[in-house]
Design a protein around this ligand. Structure first.
Ligand code: ADP
Length: 575
């Protein structure tokens, strides 16, 4: 039965019964009231008059006879029972005779007897009527009891049935909704199918079934996607390692397993920090995740790994993975993926190139030097006088040879840098000496452009811990650049300053300067600012940086585009 019908029936019936009960109660109370009034008016008053007549008869005075008369009159107008009119008429007749003969005791006794009969008659009537009232009361009790019992029964049935028939399904439904919310989509509800709850259960079950189907189809799709990605990662030739936010390994492809020398089960699910204790490679891989690095981190050199009986080189790339959870606005870091790009073949090619350049420049150096020597001989007047045309030719060959020597020298230095074989002989050296060596080496170049050097160098400068030859090469290179990129008739400022434990040598020109976007790049190998017209290889500053850093020093640049540049060498003081 529907809940609405049940409620309407139950409450409606109860309502009807309450009305019925009230009507029955009112009816019987009215009847009882009528009965008692009947007794009071009809019989009790007759008894009262009779009693008054009896007492008036005793005295037989005028006054008492008057009282008798008035009570008799009242009785005459209150005749209610059968036989009462006759007895009253008899009393009236006897009283008429008694009034004229007050001493007639026989008459008085007849009147008394009649009055007693009248009283008896009324007493019997009272008795009878009270029995009728009793019967009415019993009937009232009977019907009120029946209506009350019915009311009670219906109320009891409603009390037992209704709350549970409403509350139980709601409870069950709440429980099931909670189950669905916690992703248990197999949950169903079972209510009797005719009530509104039955329809609700049907709708709920349909919804749960659809959710279950959607979830399982999504799960299958997700599993397929997961498998696809796993296969993809596994088939990659480069090692890939996935870490969660707590640095536990979530996945490692076959290549990663091979190069770490650990099994899948030894890697996956384990803390990378714990693995790092006994595995050098893992330690190297997670170093930048564990240690907080400075923001302008240098490019890391390739990692050398010996696996599968050969040496391989890998470039590491750590990619942080962040997601924005549904309903939230801020991204949350959920882990990192570490890619190792196998650069062995490039490394081998690079090695071959460095070797080739080293060999070629080495082989070039001897013949170029001998050409330079021959040119010097040619210039010697003892060998023979050159006419002006020949002199011009010799001068131009000398310039070219000088350039060639510079280039081969730079290339040779570069090969040293690239192969990591910078040979340093670091001793306490006088920075002033180094500076003047560089000034001498670039004097001619300065004279050609009418550039003067403004030197600001205290007489007593502390010695620096440096390879004087390499530092002189660097300074010559900086001076040569300053001269090349300065305008004619300008000044190049050279300053030597000492700071705490260090000596700084600055070379400042007032030339074209360097555009801000290239400032960080000019120290890269083979980099030249686009549009630079002057000859050059783009190696000078790269080599300078390597040379100075290898000595524990620093080289920096400050430049204002269009106003000039300042290159500063910082070297450690000798102790
Ligand atoms: P290069 O042989 O080209 O001079 P460098 O490594 O010495 O190679 O310099 C790299 C680039 O930096 C140059 O090509 C030039 O564009 C820029 N550069 C270097 N020094 C200066 C300077 N003093 N003023 C302006 N630009 C400079």
């Amino acid at each position: 039965m529907r809940i609405k019908t049940k409620l309407t029936l139950g409450v409606g019936l109860l309502f009807l019964l309450i009305i019925l009960l009230s009507l029955v109660g009112a009816k019987y109370i009215n009847e009882l009231k009528a009965d008692s009034e009947n007794i009071l008016v009809a019989n009790y008053n007759s008894l009262e008059y009779s009693r008054n007549m009896l007492s008036a008869l005793e005295d037989a005075t005028d006054k008492s006879l008057q009282k008798f008369e008035s009570n008799l009159q009242k009785q005459e107008s209150n005749i209610t029972e059968i036989g009462e009119p006759e007895v009253t008429a008899e009393i009236r007749a006897s009283f008429g005779s008694f009034k004229s003969n007050r001493s007639d005791s026989a008459l008085a006794s007849i009147i008394r007897k009649d009055i007693y009969r009248l009283m008896d008659m009324n007493m019997q009537a009272i008795q009878r009527k009270s029995e009728v009232a009793n019967a009415t009361a019993e009937k009232a009790v009977f019907w009120i009891a029946i209506a009350g019992t019915l009311c009670f029964l219906i109320a009891f049935v409603l009390l037992v049935n209704l709350p549970s028939s409403i509350a139980n399904p709601i409870q069950e439904l709440t429980k099931s909704i909670r189950q669905i919310a916690s992703e248990n989509y197999a949950e169903r509800v079972h209510f009797e199918s005719h009530s509104e709850f039955g329809q609700l259960a049907k709708s709920f079950n349909t919804m749960a079934a659809k959710l279950e189907e959607y979830n399982s189809s999504n799960l299958a799709k997700l599993m397929l996607e997961k498998k696809r990605i796993e296969t993809l990662i596994n088939n990659m030739h480069d090692p890939v390692l996935g870490l969660d936010a707590d640095l536990s390994v979530i996945f490692a492809n076959e290549e990663a397993v091979r190069i770490t020398g650990l099994g899948q089960e030894e890697l996956v699910g384990k803390s990378a920090q714990e693995l790092a204790v006994r595995n050098d490679l893992i330690r190297t891989l997670i170093r930048d995740l564990v240690v907080e690095e400075s923001t302008n981190r240098q490019k890391e050199p390739p990692i050398k790994i010996f696996a599968g009986n050969k040496e391989s080189y890998f470039e590491k790339e750590t990619i942080p993975i962040s997601i924005t959870p549904t309903g939230e606005h801020t991204a949350k870091l959920i882990g990192h993926v570490i890619f190792l790009r196998n650069v062995t073949s490039y490394k081998e090619l690079d090695y071959a190139k460095t070797n080739f350049i080293a060999n070629v420049s080495h082989e070039f150096k001897t013949p170029i030097s001998s050409i330079k020597l021959s040119l010097q001989l040619l210039e010697n007047e003892q060998v023979g006088k050159l006419n002006s045309e020949q002199r011009n030719l010799v001068d131009s060959i000398k310039d070219d040879v000088g350039r060639l020597l510079k280039i081969t020298g730079e290339l040779l230095n570069m090969t040293q840098v690239e192969s990591g074989n910078i040979q340093l002989s670091i001793f306490p050296s006088d920075p002033k000496e180094i500076l003047f060596y560089a000034i001498n080496a670039t004097k001619t170049q300065a004279e050609q452009k009418h550039i003067v050097f403004d030197i600001d160098c205290p007489d007593a400068t502390p010695r620096v811990q440096a390879d004087s030859e390499k530092t002189a090469w660097v300074l010559t290179n900086l001076l040569s650049n300053a001269l090349r990129y300065s305008y004619e008739n300008s000044t190049v400022y050279l300053t030597v300053r000492q700071t705490d434990g260090q000596v700084q040598i600055s070379v400042r020109d007032t030339g074209q300067g360097i555009a801000p976007q290239y400032k960080d790049k000019i120290f890269d190998r083979y980099f030249r600012v686009p549009g630079t017209m002057k000859e050059g290889t783009g190696l000078g500053l790269a080599i300078s940086k390597e040379f100075i850093e290898a000595q524990g020093g620093k080289i920096t640049v400050e430049s204002e585009f269009g106003a000039g540049s300042t290159f500063t060498l910082t070297l450690n003081k000798a102790t």
